[in-house]
Every structure is written in C-alpha cells, then in structure tokens.
Design a protein around this ligand. Structure first.
Ligand SMILES: [Zn+2]
Length: 111
C-alpha cells in the first residue's frame, strides 16, 4: 500500500507580489511594462503616475495606444477606480507613451 502523502512541491517561498494587470487587455506586465494611473485621495481626481510611487488607489494599462484607447472606450479605469476619468488623463497617458518612443528622434546635429 502506498500511502501517498500529499507532498507539497518544495513550498514556494514566494512573497505576495501585487499583480499588475492591464485594465484593457488583462495582461500582466507586458513588454514595455504597465503605466500606472492613480486616484488621488479626497476626490482630487486621477493622475498618471509614471514613477509608480504615488499613494492612492492605482490601476494599470499597457504602454500602448491600443490599450489606452480600449480602456477609454470601455471605461475600464472608471470601473476599476470607481471614479470619473476626464479626457485629460487619457491625453496624459498618450503623451507618456509617446514621450518614450520619440526620445531619440530629431537629430540635432545640423551644423
Ligand atoms: Zn493592455
């Protein structure tokens, strides 16, 4: 008789890491990482938090225009943060995304 005692596979020493999930496509992480949007306390609105260090309730979206648009259409941030989101926030998100990729543009070596 083989009494198979449930052997716990090398008890994972995994600490609970907060999982970031894109509100649009539900991807965790992503190649370029996720952009954080934070709901400020006391109804101070919602802001884009590129540093990821601001306190407040956060939601994440992929750094792609597609996911930002999807989030906007689906009101994904509204649902996640339970607050109204202004167009400005989406503009800021798009700027934050674009900033990154336009960094090396504009060769200024014209002499
Ligand atoms: Zn996404």
């Amino acid at each position: 008789m083989t009494s198979s005692v449930a052997v716990t596979p090398a008890a994972h020493k995994v600490r609970r890491v907060p999982v970031r999930t894109c509100v649009a496509c539900r991807t965790t992480g992503g190649k370029r990482g996720l952009l954080r949007v934070v709901r400020l306390p006391e109804g101070a609105g919602v802001v884009v938090d590129p540093t990821g260090k601001m306190s407040g309730r956060g939601a994440y979206v992929c750094q792609t225009p597609e996911c930002v648009t999807t989030a906007q259409k689906r009101k994904a941030f509204e649902r996640s943060l339970k607050v109204a989101i202004t167009e400005t926030v989406f503009d800021e998100l798009r700027i934050a995304i674009t900033d990154d990729s336009t960094e090396k543009k504009g060769a200024t070596t014209m002499s």
